[in-house]
Design a protein around this ligand. Structure first.
Ligand SMILES: [Zn+2]
Length: 354
């Protein structure tokens, strides 16, 4: 049986090389259990490429992520806004590291800026690395930085993480509450979406509240994408997508990357790590039944070890186990290929070539 390359819609591995972790970038090339992801294990996990997030950690986001376990107890967990100068400095460092890592890889990993480059990587076994910002904090009101970061490889952007920006409000993490938690995009946020469309940058809907989601859906001319979110019908947390949102994503020709973090998979949003593989398969089944096979892929959220992953997955080497479980659940090779990488490749091509 042939191994598919797996394209993963969201990882946070770049966090490992920024404060507070600040590991040397050389450790990306060594097996390292301090995180879910390094190049040797990526190869074991048939990782063909993915979207690498610049996520800026601060005290309030760290408190939020470390308290995911209180989600199931009905807590509302929020983070505060980042200031522009901090965001700018942190982003510059992480983007520089992203390029340094690709350079140090000696051709094993490539920064991908076009759909043709992505396809070439997927067919030759070079890891395709797509640059994403998880929150638009490093972009100022004249959007100059967006142009510059586009030239530096930025091809996907979340308007927000779960904290407010100039452009909109993110969802706080809450259980038994829909993503409808606050106001939609600001006028600047709407302008940002239009410029992303013009440049060919994915606008990521994960972490956006519901009003913001519908604003993007109204404005954007390209397929709607939630890189790392699951179904609200299965796990009722603000970070997951309602059926109406899933239908809009399908309608646009877009897609959802299945998030493997335990709180997104367990029906009670707990961080218990004894998640059964059947539970993961059920999430794929649900999304595929609702939207169709062409609209679902991976959006693991692998990164530093703090965010709990299911024991059956553990780290990036767990991705082929999901493919195997889906095969056992009845998905054939052509379906599995779509889930593994073809859907992502199609949606990125469409967005980048607009
Ligand atoms: Zn995220």
């Amino acid at each position: 049986m042939r191994n598919f390359p797996i394209f993963d819609g969201h990882n946070d591995v770049l966090m490992s090389f920024a404060p507070p972790y600040s590991q040397p970038i050389g450790t990306f090339f060594q097996r390292n259990t301090d995180r879910h992801f390094d190049l040797p294990r990526a190869k074991d996990g048939h990782f063909g490429g993915g979207i690498f997030a610049v996520f800026i950690e601060d005290a309030s986001s760290m408190a939020l992520l470390q308290n995911l376990n209180t989600l199931s107890q009905g807590e509302k967990i929020e983070a505060t806004a980042l200031d522009f100068a901090t965001a700018q400095q942190a982003t510059m460092h992480m983007v520089a590291n992203f390029h340094r890592i690709a350079k140090l890889s000696n051709g094993q990993m490539k920064v991908v800026r076009t759909a043709n480059e992505l396809d070439e990587c997927l067919s030759t076994g070079v890891v395709a690395a797509v640059l994403h910002f998880e929150g638009a904090e490093p972009i100022g009101p004249d959007l100059d930085e967006l142009e510059v970061y586009y030239q530096a490889g930025l091809r996907s952007l979340g308007v927000v993480w779960s904290r407010p920006t100039l452009f909109g409000e993110g969802v706080p993490f809450m259980v038994n509450h829909t993503p409808d938690t606050g106001p939609g995009l600001t006028d600047l946020g709407k302008a940002l979406v239009r410029v992303c469309n013009q440049l060919g940058i994915v606008v990521d809907l994960s972490h956006l509240n519901e009003k913001g989601f519908w604003d993007v859906a109204r404005i954007s001319r390209v397929p709607l994408v939630a890189t790392h979110s699951n179904a609200y019908a299965l796990v009722p947390i603000t970070r997951n997508l309602t059926n109406a949102q899933l239908d809009a994503i399908k309608e646009s020709g877009g897609m959802v990357g299945v998030n493997l973090v335990t709180a997104f998979l367990n029906a009670d949003a707990s961080d218990r790590t004894d998640v059964a593989m059947e539970t993961i398969v059920r999430h794929f089944d649900y999304l595929i039944n609702r939207m169709g096979i062409e609209h679902v892929g991976f959006g693991s959220d692998f990164g530093p070890i703090d965010v709990p992953m299911p024991d059956v997955i553990q780290d990036i080497t767990g991705l082929p186990k999901v493919i195997d479980a889906l095969r056992q659940a009845g998905y054939g090779d052509s379906d599995l290929r779509r889930i593994a990488y073809e859907n992502w490749a199609r949606v990125l091509r469409k967005t980048w070539s607009m």
